[in-house]
Write a protein that binds this ligand. Structure first.
Ligand code: GLN
Ligand code: ZN
Length: 761
């Protein structure tokens, strides 16, 4: 048995692609220099895979985004870019005012550029750079090993927006371009082409059977064997027909999202329906979405698969459960920074390659050493966790994730109607902001100087105090009703809390591509979460000392911290969310004890954690909302709990949003043109609401008239039935990416608009 890869980090081990792109955009380097770096980064990754012993290597690599690459080779270029060509066109589509929209790639934290397909779209394939990459791949790893990666036509259409055509028609129109590509690849001696169709793992697959069958019938006639690659979850109800599509091999994900309440059911599906005797199965048993080393699961899965009799070893290969692009490049880069307690327990992309190869060898050997060693490793992890404080395993069932915590911890002591009466009372259309104020170069420099020891903690605090005082002074002068301290001390809303809590670890080089040249370094949950003392009380107190107006305490919620981290594998995500919630709960109490009357708990990543399959939503929302409730349930009736949600529409999870039981819900609203507030009004949502009145992503200063018309449009949805003191006026999101002058101008207009709306009542 051997190993196959379906994707690898495209960043370079040391963020080479990011730096190459940035200097090209600045004009410091030429197009040729950019491409030379890109080609080297690609070839290094392919060679690394070959050196690790992988036998079939997916030819991953991109300048910016693989979906944009697909849009480009298919030649489905939106009209506004058609006068451009080459890299200038490619980057005009990626960034700047006219760029394509960005959206999360299925349930990952990777953002892709959304294809736009107009009613009359007509592909004009431009295959040169795709074929050039394949030729470079063949030169690097050999013809037999170099496997082109193509995003399949059905997934491509599912990822697109604005297409008025039925999916079947849109797919049909793309097929000649796909077929032309496949014929050219066949002519290059490519033995097989990977067709990536992750949409098969979503609930949408149920309605795409006919489209898949028609498309693959045609594509199977284009001269080269196909390898259907699926990931991010099992195929569910689509399994029986999807594995019968006319392809030579199928990659299936045996694991699903890390820590999911319901793991991928692939093994059960194979046991139940069998696997076609004429195909190879590439088993995604090495966890491609987790930074933890395999603990014996992979070999155990392969052995169970073989003993099920559904497949024989000669038709079986090993791969990662998802493309490795979602993992950091190489754990070795951490060097001495890696705590000894984690040594041997982690694996980034490079380490996963070795794992795949070892697992493939071990599964068919009689020796049990790999599995035994792995089991011993698991036992060691469990022992370490127990020693660090112990945890209760999480069972199944609706509230089993509560782990015996008393119900009253999950609820405020009084219902909204009663507690709202004793909270801050303000006139109609109270004004506030979402938390962050401009992160200036000066603020970033201070944080850097603290980190490198150039500033002492007390010097740093003195200087940050100045920034907080400035932000508070500005808000006071503008006469906002509820103030914030401005978050000058925070690099990032997760890292700030993660470094102060026990049980989380931050890498130095564990970068993962978020989009294009933007990489993030997600923290790792490595043990039980431990509250080590106040995290935000100091900045609250500083801000409060400069004003007589109410100041909000600012926390990031448990679900967002977890969803933007790599979770543990020995404990369910639900249990980890509750641990985070218990820690944050202590911070809510600490803020209250310091006199804070309004606490904001941001959980903007709540929705993006939703499983790909609808039938798994309830279980996720059950624990996710419980985590929020556990964190905020401690607040006294008189303390106002605010939350903030953004990045996505959540009209399909309104009952869960309602169950959060926040006193005030602030939401991103302007880009969706009131869709969310209308949905909330229609659902009879009855607590305070703060729909964003302007888009914070643009430096344009909204006029008083514009904001006032937004406020009237909220009123006209009928929400809150005339309780105008419960309709808040705030921007869509935090202001950290803006500059001060536009921020002050926009907030001045916002306050004036609220005052005018008040006058009109
Ligand atoms: N309080 C955070 C801020 O204002 C919220 C950020 C977010 O919603 N992503 O920056
Ligand atoms: Zn936001």
């Amino acid at each position: 048995m051997s190993a196959s890869t379906i994707g690898f980090p495209r960043t370079g081990p040391r963020r080479e692609m990011k730096f190459a792109l940035e200097s090209y955009w600045k004009g410091t380097t030429s197009e040729a220099e950019l491409l030379a770096t890109a080609h080297k980064v690609e070839a290094d990754a392919w060679n690394l895979q070959k050196a690790a012993g992988v036998s079939l290597i997916g030819l991953d690599g991109t300048l910016y985004d693989q979906v944009l690459d697909t849009t480009t080779w298919l030649g489905v270029i939106p009209l506004r870019f058609q006068s451009l060509s080459g890299l200038p066109r490619y980057f005009a589509m990626s960034r700047g005012g006219a760029a394509l929209d960005m959206s999360k790639f299925l349930d990952t934290n990777y953002h892709y550029l959304v294809p736009e397909l107009a009613a009359d779209f007509a592909p004009q394939p431009d295959l040169a750079s795709f074929l050039d990459k394949v030729a470079r791949g063949q030169a690097a790893v050999g013809r037999e090993a170099a496997m082109p990666i193509v995003i399949g036509p059905v997934t491509f259409v599912a990822l697109a927006k604005g297409c008025p055509l039925p999916t079947s028609e849109a797919v049909r129109r793309l097929l000649p371009a796909y077929c032309e590509l496949l014929r050219r690849l066949a002519a290059m001696g490519v033995p097989e082409v990977q067709m990536h169709e992750p949409v098969l793992a979503t609930s949408a697959a149920a309605d795409l059977k006919a489209e898949f069958e028609a498309a693959y019938q045609q594509l199977s006639q284009c001269g080269v064997p196909l390898h259907l690659v699926t990931y991010y979850d099992d195929l569910g109800a689509a399994y029986p027909w999807a594995v019968q599509l006319p392809v030579a091999a199928v990659t299936l994900d045996f694991l699903g999202a890390p820590g999911a309440a319901v793991p991928a059911q692939t093994l059960a599906l194979i046991r139940q329906h069998g696997f076609p005797a004429d195909k190879r199965l590439v088993a995604g048993v090495v966890d491609g979405r987790s930074v933890w080393a395999d603990n014996g699961t992979a070999v155990a899965l392969l052995r169970e698969l073989l003993s099920s009799g559904a497949i024989t070893a000669d038709r079986l290969m090993v791969t990662s459960s998802a493309p490795l692009q979602h993992l950091p490049y190489d754990l070795d880069l951490e060097g001495d920074h890696l705590p000894p307690s984690l040594a041997g327990r982690l694996g980034f992309a490079k380490q996963k390659l070795a794992e795949m190869v070892a697992v493939a060898a071990a599964a068919t050997s009689n020796s049990t050493t790999t599995a035994d060693a792995a089991n011993a490793n698991t036992a060691a992890v469990a022992a370490a966790v127990a020693a660090a404080g112990g945890t209760v395993p999480c069972g199944a069932g609706d509230t089993a994730h509560r782990q015996g915590l008393p119900d009253e911890l999950f609820s405020r002591s009084q219902p909204y109607a009663a507690r709202r009466e004793v909270q801050v009372q303000l006139p109609a259309f109270p004004t506030t902001t979402i938390g962050s104020f401009p992160q200036t170069a000066e603020v970033r420099r201070l944080r850097q100087q603290l980190k490198t020891g150039k500033l002492s903690q007390s010097e740093y605090e003195r200087l940050i105090t100045g920034h907080i005082a400035y932000a508070v002074g500005v808000q006071d002068a503008l006469e906002l009703d509820v103030l914030v301290h401005g978050e000058a001390e925070r690099t990032d809303m997760v890292e700030y809390f993660g470094v102060k809590l026990g049980g989380m670890w931050f890498t130095t080089a564990g970068w993962v591509q978020s989009y294009g040249s933007r990489y993030v370094r997600p923290p790792l949950v490595v043990g039980d979460i431990e509250y080590r003392g106040a995290m935000t009380v100091w900045e609250y107190e500083v801000a409060e000392s400069y004003t007589s107006r109410p100041v909000k305490g600012m926390l990031t919620g448990p679900v967002t911290i977890l969803n933007w981290s790599f979770p543990r594998k020995d404990l369910s995500r639900a249990a980890q969310a509750l641990q985070l919630a218990l820690a944050l709960r202590q911070e809510v109490a600490a803020l209250e004890a310091a006199g804070c009357k309004i606490v904001q708990v941001d959980d903007p990543a709540l929705r993006e954690g939703l499983p790909l399959k609808r039938e798994r939503w309830d279980s996720y929302l059950g624990w996710a909302v419980d985590a929020f409730r556990l964190c905020t349930g401690v607040a006294k009736p008189a303390t106002q709990v605010v939350t903030h949600l953004c990045y996505s529409d959540f009209d399909d999870i309104l009952p869960a949003v309602d169950r959060m039981d926040a006193d005030v819900l602030t939401i991103e609203n302007s880009r969706s043109d009131n869709a969310m507030i209308s949905a909330l009004a229609a659902a009879g949502y009855g607590r305070d609401i703060g729909p964003g009145v302007y888009d914070v992503h643009s430096p344009v200063v909204p006029t008083v008239e514009f904001i006032k018309s937004r406020i009237s449009s909220f009123v006209s949805t009928g929400i809150l039935d005339g309780r105008y003191d419960r309709i808040w006026v705030n921007p869509d999101c935090g202001l950290k990416t803006r500059a001060w002058p536009e921020t002050i101008a926009a907030l001045r207009n916002m306050v004036a608009a609220a005052a005018a709306a008040r006058q009109d009542l």
